[in-house]
Design a binder for this molecule. Structure first.
Ligand code: JHZ
Length: 392
């Protein structure tokens, strides 16, 4: 049974940056549910993939050092541990992972044309398509079976998980490995980062819910890693149940135990979270309104999908945060979805024009602090809403 625990109000499509602010930009109700049987957390309103993952999708995985380095490290691990002959990446984005592999070993699947074109130009076979069963069939005709399938921050974006895993098991070799990574529900609830919820994140996975989900497909998790990326990510290493050559790491039960102790299997935990989200909104607005009264200027750093949830839920407009800055070409000079806040092109001196920086990309705090040492030295201050709104 699906039980509602949070209503984040009317929200525009998170990555729908627009050329001109339009107060009538289409918005959808963002409500969050917990399934008491499967322990899966999901949003209610499902937007068709074609509306979200367009031919001009602005999110690029390669925009941060942190992500480039995370993908590079994983590529070394894959080569050393699993030595796959053939690899498939679902949601290959701008090639942040696949560029670390030989062109003959890896295939990308990417529905957004602008991104698929990047990896095609780099010389990698890229299917510019959504991950579906017919696509898996098409790939199998040409490539037979695949030894390793990888997918980061993509499977949670697809509504029909049955088709997702049916297609994966169809294509994966008998001793094949599936590696997936997505934001960790445990970290999200612990950090009160309600901004992990937006239209693209149809599900927020936990080890508990993934274990349950995989049963139907005769798949099982054999290892789990906690990563710092995206504010707390879980990387799941998955195999077929029939493959008994790989032992199950203790990390799997350890993670599930941690989740159960924290209460991720109980609705009451999510009700508590929902109360904390409301307090977070009040606190953040207090901080920003005080700064406004003192005529202090605030700029947002990183026009993230997550920030779209925060700004729309808290109804923050350009009187509180005058602009955002970002390095992504596709976002520059556009407006934050649903808000009259313009995104400016990042340059090294731009922070000198503001007193405070709101960390839209709080998940890259380390990288950003490193980059902005001068602003900090000059007494510049940051604002974050995670885990509690504060100036620091
Ligand atoms: P970042 C996206 O979410 C959407 P977002 C998607 N649905 C998803 O699941 C996750 O990614 C994985 C900018 N930036 O990664 C670049 C700077 O300008 O937190 C990006 O626009 N300067 C697919 O959007 C944004 O911040 C910098 O120095 O929440 C970061 O976006 C750095 C480090 C980043 O994902």
């Amino acid at each position: 049974m699906n039980k509602k625990f949070l209503d984040l109000g009317l929200q525009p499509l998170a990555n729908n940056y627009v050329n001109k602010f339009n107060k009538n930009q289409i918005k959808y109700n963002l409500k969050l549910f917990f399934n008491t049987q499967t322990k899966m957390v999901s949003i209610s309103k499902r937007i068709p993939s074609e509306m979200m993952f367009t031919n001009n999708y602005p999110y690029r995985s390669s925009m941060s050092k942190t992500m480039r380095s995370s993908f590079y490290k994983l590529s070394l691990e894959i080569k050393k541990k699993f030595k796959p002959q053939s690899i498939l990446e679902i949601g290959s984005n701008d090639g942040a992972l696949i560029k670390n592999f030989n062109k003959n070993n890896i295939i990308g699947v990417e529905p957004c044309k602008n991104l698929a074109q990047i990896t095609k130009k780099m010389g990698y076979i890229t299917y510019n398509d959504y991950w579906t069963y017919p696509l898996a069939k098409k790939i199998k005709i040409k490539n037979k079976k695949i030894d390793l399938i990888y997918s980061a921050n993509t499977l949670t974006h697809i509504s029909n998980l049955n088709e997702v895993f049916k297609s994966i098991t169809y294509l994966l070799s008998d001793k094949g490995i599936l590696i997936i990574e997505d934001p960790s529900l445990l970290e999200c609830i612990k950090k009160n980062s309600y901004d992990q919820f937006y239209n693209e994140h149809i599900y927020l996975f936990s080890a508990t819910s993934v274990k349950d989900l995989l049963k139907k497909f005769n798949l099982e998790i054999f290892d789990i890693k906690n990563l710092e990326t995206h504010g707390g990510t879980l990387r799941y290493y998955i195999k077929r149940k029939s493959d008994r050559t790989i032992p199950i790491s203790k990390n799997v039960n350890k993670q599930i135990k941690k989740e159960i102790i924290f209460g991720l299997n109980k609705f009451s935990r999510f009700q508590k979270f929902s109360k904390k989200v409301l307090l977070s909104k009040i606190k953040l607005l207090n901080i920003l309104n005080k700064l406004k009264k003192r005529k202090e200027t605030v700029v947002g750093y990183g026009a993230t999908a997550k920030a779209v949830t925060v700004l729309n839920y808290c109804n923050i407009n350009n009187d509180l945060i005058s602009n955002f800055i970002d390095t992504t070409p596709e976002k520059i000079n556009k407006y934050i979805p649903g808000k009259n806040i313009k995104i400016l092109k990042y340059n090294k001196k731009i922070l000198d024009n503001y007193h405070y920086v709101f960390l839209g990309a709080w998940n890259f705090k380390k990288e950003i602090f490193n980059k902005e040492k001068n602003f900090l030295k000059k007494g510049g201050k940051f604002i974050t809403h995670v885990p509690v709104p504060k100036i620091f």
